[in-house]
Design a protein around this ligand. Structure first.
Ligand code: 5GP
Ligand code: ZN
Length: 114
């Protein structure tokens, strides 16, 4: 989608990637909520996680989790722990309409989330 900011970042039209492969890109969050706050996105535009269907999409989402694990290891937060968050639609506070997985770590986190 030409007017989608995460499509632009994933296509390297703006910002800086910390990871990329054929189907997935990752970059640091503009407004980090923890010492490590990386966003991992599919390169292909999918607006929200509730649009994800079985098959190709589901494989892609599984791959994103593996990439999140790799980035967590690289950033040294695996042992202490980290959180992976996907906000879907208004009530969850989704503000960018391209699926993104938040990888958060480097500090103690609370539960339940706000
Ligand atoms: P959401 O609220 O949709 O789950 O998360 C959107 C996230 O994207 C927020 O944490 C916000 O800081 C981040 N964000 C919004 N616009 C940009 C941007 O242009 N660049 C980067 N790196 N992060 C962004
Ligand atoms: Zn997009």
């Amino acid at each position: 989608m030409s007017d989608c900011v995460f499509c632009k970042i994933a296509n390297k039209e703006m910002g800086k990637l910390v990871y990329e492969d054929e189907t997935v890109a990752a970059f640091d969050d503009l407004n980090p909520q923890a010492p490590v706050h990386v966003l991992i996105v599919p390169k292909r535009h999918i607006a929200r996680i509730s649009d994800v269907a079985n098959g190709e999409d589901a494989t892609l989402m599984g791959h994103i989790l593996v990439v999140a694990n790799e980035i967590a290891r690289e950033r040294g937060i695996t042992e202490n722990g980290y959180r992976i968050v996907v906000n879907c639609n208004e009530d969850a506070g989704q503000s960018v309409w391209h699926v993104h997985f938040h990888l958060l770590g480097g500090r103690k986190m609370n539960w339940p989330p706000g």
